[in-house]
Design a protein around this ligand. Structure first.
Ligand code: ADP
Ligand code: GLC
Length: 478
């Protein structure tokens, strides 16, 4: 089976969040099942070196305002199709926003072009390679089935995955002609959304199947609270919607051979985790302490519920615990954690920035990872936490609910707890969860057992990649 993945990020090449991790990992597991995936990605500046060794497969004289090429290159076990369109992607700044933190004002053209070229590939424009199925990820690839539909030519089936419904790619109706979209698609069962063009809506309305990244989030999406305006459409398509849980790349995230850690460790031999803890304390300006060390590795946004955590800091510090925060995002959150680090010097430490290596060290050195998200389609940092024996303390929502087993009395007796959950998602309940975690930590033996159990919890891609494979097979065969 030949599959075309269309996405805006792919680890280890270019990443702002969990989407990249998923796109970088699933193709490898699918390859083990005999499916060949090509990942189509914009050629951002971070990919310029790779681009040099690429082979041009197709040229466009004018793709939404400039010339473009589709380049084929393989690296680190991933086959890439890079859309080299300098007028759209060769610029400094982040993937989606400019240096002032504003969305690029031509984002519709940037990701419209990605979808347009992907639709072309889907319909055989490369001659040497034609996919049996296209899998599009998030709004940035949402227009693929719209372009396929308007071409009228035979097209392969399309699966769309929602990684986060909060991002919908909504633009004024006037962009329709710039995007070369036919007016006939500007209807409620096409790309139209309350008088505007929505890339996400287009994907959800026109794809053959829809998936999201956890079973709980698939259910939550049908409610107004979580569906963010798309719940009606998703309800109408409920029969085509399913939740397939994310996994992680267990080669990249492995405490038994992680070169970032001062000393490797395993569930059998945990002693060396203490060396990473010391290194984290040093790096984050924390005092040497044997108390519980919590960490946060996150985008600092409202979704992640970190304002709740700021309010819980007096209680956390008062219990003799410490906190190390690695994150970047909203200015207010950055300031709140910086201020807290000054106020609770030696107990709270913050590093603002995006640092992949440091995120590995934190997973290795912290005792627990805090994830108080208001909503979380899947979440990956709790899975990395499980793998590294860093107990996840999570809001009971979305994929967090599906991946962490709360250490309640029954679970402790049954010997199956792997973390701590709380709900409702309030400051008060987060404080209770932090208190429960500290008590478990201080109970020594129970904590040790839970840590080892967490590390043995299966977090790889095997079963979910199988689920995707089954979904694809059913579509390709019909
Ligand atoms: P989301 O995609 O919503 O941000 P996930 O938990 O699915 O949430 O994925 C976040 C990914 O980004 C994880 O791989 C996490 O380790 C990484 N990450 C988030 N913030 C940082 C940071 N400041 N530095 C390094 N890695 C980060
Ligand atoms: C999104 C979600 C996150 C999920 C990731 C990968 O960014 O916020 O919960 O893990 O996509 O699917």
């Amino acid at each position: 089976m030949k599959l075309l993945y269309v996405a805006s990020e792919c680890a280890p090449f270019v990443k702002t969040g969990g989407l990249a991790d998923v796109i970088g990992a699933v193709p490898k597991s699918l390859a083990d099942m005999g499916a060949g995936v090509r990942v189509m990605l914009p050629a951002y500046p971070a990919l310029s070196d790779l681009l040099k060794s690429g082979k041009a497969l197709k040229k466009y004289k004018d793709l939404f305002g400039g010339s473009a090429r589709l380049m084929s290159v393989s690296s680190q076990g991933i086959d890439l199709l890079l859309l080299d369109a300098p007028h759209l992607f060769d610029r400094t700044g982040s993937l989606y926003i400019d240096a002032n933190g504003e969305d690029w004002d031509d984002n519709h053209l940037r990701f419209g072009a990605l979808s347009y070229a992907a639709a072309d590939v889907a319909q055989g424009s490369l001659k040497s390679w034609r996919p049996d199925l296209v899998h599009i990820h998030d709004w940035q690839a949402g227009l693929v089935p719209a372009y396929l539909k308007q071409s009228g030519k035979p097209a392969p089936p399309v699966v769309m995955t929602i990684h986060n419904i909060a991002f919908q790619g909504v633009f004024p109706a006037s962009t329709l002609s710039e995007l070369k979209l036919s007016k006939t698609l500007f209807t409620p069962d096409g790309v139209e959304y309350w008088g505007k063009v929505s890339f996400l809506k287009a994907g959800l309305a026109l794809s053959d199947k829809i998936t999201t990244v956890s079973p709980s989030y698939a259910n939550e999406l049908l409610t107004p609270e979580f569906g963010m305006g798309m719940e009606g459409l998703l309800k109408a398509r409920q029969g085509d919607l399913s939740g397939i849980l994310n996994g992680i790349d267990t080669d990249v995230w492995n405490p038994e051979n992680d070169s970032v850690l001062p000393a490797v460790y395993s569930a059998r031999a945990l002693k060396n985790k203490a060396k990473s803890k010391k290194a984290v304390q040093k790096r984050f300006g924390l005092a040497p302490s044997d108390g519980p060390l919590f960490c946060v590795i996150s985008r600092l946004t409202k979704q992640k519920g970190l304002d709740l955590l700021v309010d819980c800091l007096p209680g956390l510090v008062g219990r003799g615990a410490q906190l190390a925060v690695l994150g970047t995002g909203d200015k207010d959150f950055q300031k709140a954690f910086k201020d807290a680090s000054a106020k609770y010097q030696g107990s709270v430490g913050t590093i603002i920035g995006y640092d992949e290596q440091l995120s590995h060290l934190l997973q290795g050195g912290a005792d627990a990872i805090l994830i108080p998200s208001r909503f979380e389609p899947c979440g990956l940092t709790q899975l990395y936490g499980l793998r590294y024996g860093t107990i996840p303390v999570v809001a009971r929502t979305g994929g967090l609910a599906d991946t962490v087993i709360d250490a309640n009395e029954a679970a402790l007796v049954a010997d199956c707890a792997t973390g701590v959950q709380f709900n409702p998602i309030t400051t008060q309940m987060l404080d209770v969860a932090i208190g429960r975690t500290c008590a478990l930590f201080n109970a020594g033996k129970t904590w040790d057992k839970m840590t080892r159990r967490a590390m043995r919890h299966p977090v790889g891609w095997e079963s979910s990649a199988q689920a995707y494979h089954q979904l694809y097979s059913a579509l390709v065969e019909t």
